[in-house]
Ligand binder design. Structure first.
Ligand SMILES: Cc1cc2nc3c(=O)[nH]c(=O)nc-3n(C[C@H](O)[C@H](O)[C@H](O)COP(=O)(O)O)c2cc1C
Length: 327
């Protein structure tokens, strides 16, 4: 029995744990209650613990997962997953052996994202129960630099029988069906759930995604976390990525040097830094605009979204989004 089967889901679809406060307890619980797997994404340890507790409570007897971005993960996040009874933990951008061991000791299965065979093998060697193959078409931060059609078979082979879920380009039930026939144990969708009523993304961000004609793969929003990410264009990408989608070389060099900031600064510092971001000054954190923030932040921060923007044209309740993804 694979990890998802063991959770008793009625549909093999996972709502991606989108970090920075986008994944409300209402979003995760609605997905779980409807038979998929809802996920709380990373935020500062206090808010994360509170949101995860609330999601588990709202979801009743249905499982709820947690997603941890490795560069920002603290011991308190791991403790919160154990205390709240997370049904599954996903690590993105790394495979921290000691935390995987701590979660597994608490009988919480762990998956790690992988964009190639080497990352897949490292995650399994670190103790992961399974993997998430990501394709470069995915929204948000990218561990992959090739499409899912290439990375899924590669990760499946490296997994050697361990379950592999697939992320990137999942917009409807036909996508999920195709991934299952290609050998995936389940599908993960991010952008589809970003565009739901329950997601806490700023309304202006949701509208910008709905109206976007394209996505870009950039390194612009890399202060403290210099990993490529897929976003829809806004005023700052137009100002700084016109010549090169990755962003100016000097900005990328600064972002690379700033990587230790993710360890040194509390995650809660990102909100105030975001508020200070300007179109004219190319210093941008990975933080994204949330409901309630000043509308101007939508022009000055990362608007993560994947290539599915070309096929998603509405904001719907999360249960409806899940129904549309159910094969
Ligand atoms: C707004 C947004 C935030 C994301 N944040 C995270 C995150 O915190 N952790 C993570 O593992 N993946 C994150 N992702 C990536 C997803 O896990 C997944 O790979 C991606 O959404 C799949 O592509 P799709 O958006 O086309 O469905 C994020 C994606 C989006 C769109």
């Amino acid at each position: 029995m694979n990890v998802l089967e063991a959770l008793g889901l009625s549909t093999p679809v996972v709502q991606a744990g989108m970090g920075g406060g986008v994944t409300s307890a209402e979003l995760a619980a609605a997905v779980s209650a409807a038979g998929g797997l809802g996920t709380i994404g990373l935020s500062d340890p206090r808010s994360f613990a509170a949101e995860l507790h609330r999601a588990v409570k709202l979801a009743g007897r249905r499982p709820v997962a947690a997603n941890l971005l490795v560069p920002f993960t603290r011991r308190a996040h791991i403790d919160a997953c154990v205390a709240a009874g997370a049904a599954l933990v996903v690590f993105h951008d790394g495979a921290p052996g000691r935390w995987i061991a701590a979660l597994r000791a608490a009988r919480i299965p762990v998956l790690c994202s992988a964009g190639n065979a080497a990352q897949a093998r490292r995650a399994l060697a670190a103790g992961a129960d399974g993997l998430i193959a990501q394709g470069v078409e995915a929204g948000g931060h990218l561990v992959a630099d090739r499409p899912l059609a290439v990375t899924l078979p590669e990760v499946l082979e490296a997994a050697d029988g361990a379950p592999v879920l697939a992320a990137g380009g999942v917009a409807d039930a036909a996508d999920v069906r195709a991934l299952l026939s290609a050998g995936a144990a389940g599908a993960i969708a991010g952008t589809r759930f970003l565009l739901t009523e329950e997601s806490r993304a700023h309304p202006g961000y949701k509208q910008k995604v709905l109206g976007a004609q394209r996505t870009i793969r950039t390194m612009l929003f890399g202060m403290g976390w210099p990993l490529a990410h897929r976003v829809v264009p806004n005023a700052v990408t137009e100002r700084w990525c016109a010549r090169n989608e990755l962003g100016p070389q000097t900005v990328r060099a600064f972002n690379r040097m700033s990587a230790p900031l993710s360890r040194l600064l509390p995650v809660s510092a990102q909100g105030p830094i975001l508020a200070a971001q300007r179109v004219t000054v190319p210093l941008y954190t990975p933080a994204l605009p949330l409901a309630g923030m000043h509308p101007g932040t939508v022009d000055r921060s990362a608007l993560y979204a994947g290539e599915t923007i070309h096929r998603i044209h509405d904001i719907v309740p999360a249960a409806e989004a899940l129904a549309r993804l159910t094969p």
